[in-house]
Design a protein around this ligand. Structure first.
Ligand code: DX5
Ligand code: ZN
Length: 214
């Protein structure tokens, strides 16, 4: 089963509530919340207060992607703001295992993300310690970038290594390339500009899903 996770980074923040509602009505199962600190990545996005403000209006799975230095400092905050999954970056933690354990101690799912230049082999030893692998298919920091084609081989490698794991892919996914991303082995697809950059959010989600499952 494919799941679509629209990224609110591409929302019009003056209409965040109604954009989130449109995504849910359009059938999105997950909502991807990109948190950036201006240190781990060059951009600053939003904090747990914004996430909390939309929590009560939605039943979607809140899929929080922390692109911040030393994320263990903010796990409680995002848990309290309603995250169902918290994903941290392998490259940003002082102690990755401790950070994953901290997320699990709150009773929610832990995701582990790797940047385009980090090989799958580096996280192999952590098998069983996370519930979802998030493969970045652009350099994290900004929405609207082009999908890095080499990501497809990386997704295939990950799928071969972890046959039953949730594999999420994030960055540059659109209606033209989503099918190849799914064929390579991904089952959770993040899309920012391909959802909120479109006039008709429901149609955008429907088209992504149709092409993903084609
Ligand atoms: C990039 C973020 C992505 C981004 C995706 O650092 O992690 O989630 O918002 O946006 P698109 O789909 O436009 O590449
Ligand atoms: Zn993201």
């Amino acid at each position: 089963m494919i799941k679509i996770s629209p990224s609110i980074l591409s929302c019009d923040f003056s209409k965040l509530g109604s954009d989130v509602e449109k995504a849910e009505k359009g059938g999105a199962e997950y909502l991807h919340i990109d948190v950036m600190d201006g240190l781990f990545v060059p951009n600053i996005s939003l904090g747990s207060g914004i996430q909390k403000s939309i929590r009560n209006q939605s039943k979607m799975v809140f899929d929080t992607h922390l692109m911040i230095v030393d994320p263990i400092r903010y796990i409680d905050d995002f848990y309290n703001a309603g995250s169902d999954i918290i994903t941290i970056h392998y490259e940003s933690c002082e102690n990755v295992e401790e950070t994953l354990e901290k997320i699990h101690s709150l009773g929610i799912k832990a995701g582990l993300s790797i940047k385009p230049k980090t090989p799958i082999s580096e996280i192999k030893h952590l098998e069983g310690k996370f519930d979802m692998l998030l493969i970045m298919s652009v350099e994290p920091g900004f929405g609207g970038q082009s999908f890095i084609p080499e990501s497809l081989d990386k997704i295939k490698e990950a799928r071969a290594l972890f046959p039953t794991l949730d594999i999420e892919v994030d960055g540059g996914i659109n209606e033209s390339n989503i099918n190849s991303v799914v064929k390579a082995g991904a089952n959770i697809l993040v899309a920012g500009s391909a959802v909120f950059g479109k006039e008709d959010v429901s149609l955008a989600i429907e088209t992504l899903r149709k092409n993903a499952e084609a």
